[in-house]
Design a protein around this ligand. Sequence first.
Ligand code: NDP
Length: 321
Amino acid sequence: MMNNRITSLFGIEVPIIQAGMIWASGWRLASAVSQAGGLGIIGAGSMYPAILKEHIEKYKASTSKPFAVNLPLLYPDIDAHIQTIVDLQVPIVFTSAGHPKTWTAPLQQHGIKVVHVVSSSKFALKAQDAGCDAVVAEGFEAGGHNGREETTTMVLIPAVRAAVQIPVIAAGGIGTGAQMAAAFCLGAEAVQVGSRFVATPEASSHLAFKQAIIAAKEGDTMLMMKELTPVRLLKNKFYEAVAAAEARGAGKEELAALLGRGRAKKGMYEGHMDEGELEIGQVSALIQEMKPAADIVKELWHDCQATLRQWANPGWASNTL
Ligand code: NDP
């Protein structure tokens, strides 16, 4: 149990938020995380409106714990998702990849808490000006969509903390309790964890993708396609094609043609490990095993507290938990 601005805002027990991830975070994962005391998020980016509705309904049938929906603002059918969110009384929405001004107030008018994901202090200020209840500051290490400026979590969190008054949730490269403790030291009031929760039985991603995450080592992910939409992905045959195209100076159109449609689904959901787009964070290098989501929540919180205690006590230099 912990009490701070984020746990009170969401009505959760531990300051651990599971990231909304396309093709990974449906109702099962979100429900497992929320039932363990954190905040589960349904990732709406890869869901048609009827699918999102089904996931929210299944989530609600599984638990009465708080949850959120992640809505990438560049979603093609955004009005339909907004309607579903309002109709089904989703309590919290995490918006990303777009301007927070458009949807924050309309959602809040329905009593919905709105959090926006940013990759710089400049965007954090925009989120605050738009009236967001909190921001997720997501650093360079993060998987999937990312900022162009390559600001790491280590630099981004204190910068955003200094720039805004609303609570800051740290994201990007966080998958262990020690990293979580570090995020608190940098000024965060909660962490958002993505990659670690993909390597769980509850994530809807393909087993081959989960196994590739466990096998991944340092240097196996790269931030690509800055000309189009910057995205961190796992190296595979598709990555090689993108790297070759970028090396010869490919522009937006060529990259868009190379990416095509539905490549993320092909990789992360259907398990085409060569041709698919495999979005995952740098922290995959630290993920060693598949674990139920509830065990991850418990482990992170236990190790975070143990780390903070260790560094608060005399003899802190001994480096043993
Ligand atoms: P593509 O255009 O390549 O493909 C669209 C995919 O989304 C298809 O696989 C399609 O499924 C599915 N889909 C779900 N709802 C719709 C809809 N209303 N209209 C069309 N397609 C839909 O896009 P991506 O796969 O790259 O991205 C999809 C979404 O996810 C975008 O909104 C994007 O912003 C978001 N995204 C978010 C990321 C993040 O880090 N938060 C990372 C990457 C993407 P089907 O094949 O069954 O038709």
